[in-house]
Design a protein around this ligand. Structure first.
Ligand SMILES: [Zn+2]
Length: 301
């Protein structure tokens, strides 16, 4: 895929224009911001090469393994201190397990998704879902206690605009909770553009924690807390092995392989007590070193 219209953009996190060229991925020039370290496609896809999300979800990826389900229940339990109006919204709910867990925990839930298949999937459970973009949903000011966005910020073409809208619909003191890949984590540093997560037009920007903190503060959030977590050594190992063989531009692995290998690794790590201890220690180290591959974000309105 070749990008024809080279509409260069400033850093989507901090707005700076000074960048370092990092190469090309799927026909998109990739740069890193010299100010905040965010890794991003310097031009956005147009209609001809934008990611089509209508067929993004299939019956195969509309279910999650048990250990993730348990983690999801814990995440939802962490929102209970914000319950005032009892209203919770999830942006880009995908297979919908977070939304369903929140509904089971007694929240009045709403969901927004661009994928028609995913919307029909959660409506079958009796949940309220809007098919489209947040800007089209027209929610009232301050109408939610919690807004969640799991692995979404890296997909949206204008994250600043989306976050300002989130700030508008959250009540004062309400919580924005999100996860997104870390553009300055272990895999981004070791693999650069070969990291499979670096995948325009699907993923347009991989924020640094400094970059996403600036983005949130500018959008009107306070008490921004970001931790990093998780790496997938399988992909790093596979990519280093592949590049030793070929010097190739190929991705370390495809998106599906990445998710599958991450699941297998997690299951292996959860199987015995000593492995669980190892996993907890690794996550502790990643948290203090800020080198985890995922950013976990909590910010209050
Ligand atoms: Zn920046």
């Amino acid at each position: 895929m070749k990008v024809e219209s080279q509409r260069l953009r400033n850093c989507p996190a901090c707005g700076a224009s000074a960048v370092e060229d990092r190469g090309e991925k799927n026909g998109f020039p990739i740069v890193s911001c010299r100010n905040c370290g965010t890794l991003y496609a310097s031009c956005l896809p147009d209609e001809s090469n934008a990611q089509d999300y209508d067929d993004y979800y299939t019956p195969r990826n509309l279910s999650v393994p048990d250990f993730i389900q348990r983690r999801i229940e814990e995440i939802v339990a962490g929102f209970s201190s914000y319950r005032l109006q009892n209203r919770l919204l999830e942006l880009g709910f995908g297979e919908g397990s977070l939304l369903r867990a929140a509904a089971r925990a007694g929240w009045d839930v709403e969901g927004i998704e661009v994928s028609r298949t995913a919307v029909e999937h959660v409506r079958a459970y009796g949940l309220n879902a809007f098919c489209g973009e947040l800007s089209d949903a027209s929610y009232a000011d301050a109408s939610f206690d919690v807004v969640m966005a799991s692995e979404l910020l890296e997909h949206v073409t204008d994250p600043q605009r989306m976050l300002k809208e989130v700030a508008r619909i959250l009540r004062k003191g309400g919580l924005f909770w999100a996860t997104t890949p870390n553009g300055r984590g272990m895999s981004a540093r070791l693999l650069g553009i070969k990291w499979s997560v670096n995948s325009p037009p699907e993923h347009l920007h991989l924020f640094s924690s400094r970059g996403v903190a600036k983005l949130l503060t500018d959008a009107g959030f306070e008490r921004v807390r970001i931790i990093t977590h998780g790496v997938n050594p399988f992909e790093i190992w596979q990519a280093l092995r592949k590049s030793a063989r070929s010097n190739g531009n190929a991705s370390a692995c495809t998106g599906c392989e990445r998710v599958e290998s991450g699941y297998q690794l997690n299951e292996a790590l959860l199987r015995s007590r000593s492995r669980r201890a190892l996993k907890n220690m690794m996550n502790g180290l990643l948290k203090v070193s800020h080198l985890g591959d995922s950013l976990k974000i909590r910010a209050e309105r």
